[in-house]
Design a protein around this ligand. Structure first.
Ligand code: IFM
Length: 474
């Protein structure tokens, strides 16, 4: 990498600002049947023909389950302040309810202890999309009972790790769980049922609230509580765009922001989906339960979308941010077109738009002035080339630097931003795209499981070191 790769960086973030990296259980752990782990919906989905590109599965992935110490040392070597991981529910409760798998809990205890020993703050996400298959067999997220199972699981984790985890996140990107899992079918469990997707939305909201309540009851450490939502920047292209933006905003963002942070259902969401459901599955008191006090809102940001209403002429431009399937992740709003941006783009085909991050942080901060924010995911897949034990991923360095600068600019505009976690620590199983898409700041050679810190990893380490040095002298 060139010496000026981080010239002008790091942007100045405040004291106590946390810089780190994130992963998720199914994407890195492997050990799919090790030590009593039960199957999740992603095990079943990835083993079903045609669901994942190249027939890839998370059976082994980055084998993190068996390489924990090496990966902890890697994180320490990068100087991470914090590490965000998720817990595999079916490793802890193979049937989703009832019996605990002690070996599974021990793995997460070793992970958290290993982080603390190295001075890295553990940020635990309870659910990053890998529902125990046993719960899907009983109805999955469209069934109310799954929310109560999640409440029970939260109590288990609170009791087991609640004396040492610094920050708890209930759900990661529930939009994907509901709309990709049950609407478009691009993600596990692969159902294509609009009403089921909307039921899932509600039960995820309810599960979140029940889990926060349960964590607060069981945790003994002075921890922070949060949820992580994914946001896309929405751009206008013509006079129909305001209507298209309102519809996509309702489905993508209001589905979760309104119940969790305002204690209400979005009127726009209800009216836009009226032909599918009357939302009668929302029971009295549910929205109060979903609306729990939080300490941080986790923000995942990757791209913007230009949208408009399809005029009925020619083929409708679809949302190509996810793998194409028979279903749609936009129930009630299939006539919204996603107009391709001229670029530049990442290997996912996602446009590179740091201004969208700054605008998002500023607008969330205006809507929730008393709620600190944290970027819990941001990063990019590129077609890396490994040469002589190095990966010169200048495109990823540039991507990260520009997004860090956008976040720093938001901070200068008054946003209470507490941290920035890069997606992802390791190359990993990118869901329906399999292993082809690489998001890591550390390369994983899937043949040998050898780890190589990419230039972007070195950039992050240098950024953290410079941030720490600047804070020491001010
Ligand atoms: O890999 C995913 C992650 O699991 C959730 N957020 C987006 C990432 C990139 O697609």
């Amino acid at each position: 990498m060139t010496a000026d790769s981080w010239a002008g960086v790091p942007p100045s973030f405040p004291h106590g600002f946390v810089i780190g990296a994130a992963t998720a259980a199914y994407q890195i752990e492997g050990g799919h049947d090790a030590d009593g782990r039960g199957p999740s919906i992603w095990d079943v989905f990835s083993h079903t023909d045609g669901r994942v590109q190249g027939g890839d599965t998370g059976d082994v992935a980055a084998d993190h389950y068996h390489r924990l110490e090496e990966d902890l040392d890697l994180m320490a070597g990068l100087g991470l302040h914090a590490y965000r991981f998720s817990v595999s529910w079916s490793r802890v409760q193979p049937e989703g309810r009832g019996a605990l798998n002690q070996a599974g809990l021990d793995f997460y205890r070793r992970l958290v202890d290993g982080l603390l020993e190295r001075g890295i703050d553990p940020i635990a996400t309870l659910y990053h999309w890998d529902l125990p298959q046993a719960l899907e067999d009983r109805g999955g997220w469209p069934a109310r009972d799954t929310a109560y199972a999640f409440e029970e699981y939260a109590a288990v984790l609170g009791a087991a790790l609640g004396d040492r985890v610094h920050m708890w996140t209930t759900l990661n990107e529930p939009w994907c769980s509901a709309y990709l899992g049950y609407g478009s079918g691009a993600h596990a469990p692969g159902r294509t049922d609009d009403e089921a997707a909307l039921r899932a939305v509600h039960h995820l909201n309810l599960a979140h609230g029940l889990a926060v309540r349960e964590l607060r009851r069981t945790v003994t450490h002075d921890a922070a509580y949060s949820v992580t939502l994914n946001f896309r920047g929405l751009e206008s292209v013509d006079e129909s765009s305001p209507e298209a933006i309102a519809r996509i905003d309702a489905l993508a963002h209001r589905s979760f922001l309104d119940p969790m942070l305002h204690g209400r259902l979005s009127e726009r969401l209800v009216s836009d989906t009226a032909a599918i459901t009357d939302w009668g599955f929302v029971r009295s008191g549910d929205l109060d339960l979903a609306h729990q006090e939080l300490d941080v809102l986790g923000v995942n940001y990757y791209y913007t979308n230009a949208v408009r209403i399809w005029d009925g002429q020619g083929p409708r431009l679809r949302d190509d941010n996810h793998r194409e399937t028979a279903g749609s992740p936009w129930p009630g709003s299939r006539d919204v077109e996603f107009v391709p941006d001229p670029g530049p783009r990442t290997a996912m085909g996602w446009n590179i738009a740091p201004h969208g991050l700054e605008r998002l942080l500023v607008s969330l901060s205006a809507e929730f002035p008393d709620l600190p924010l944290m970027v819990t995911e941001n990063g990019a897949a590129f077609d890396d080339v490994a040469t002589d034990g190095a990966v010169h991923d200048q495109d990823r360095v540039d991507y990260l630097r520009r997004h860090f600068e956008a976040a720093a600019s938001a901070v200068r505009r008054g946003v209470d931003l507490r941290g920035y976690l890069v997606w992802s620590l390791l190359d990993n199983f990118e869901w329906a795209w399999g292993f082809e898409k690489r998001f890591g700041i550390v390369r994983v050679d899937y043949e040998t499981q050898r780890r190589t810190v990419k230039d972007s990893g070195q950039w992050l380490a240098a950024t953290i070191a410079a941030h720490d040095a600047a804070r020491r002298t001010h």
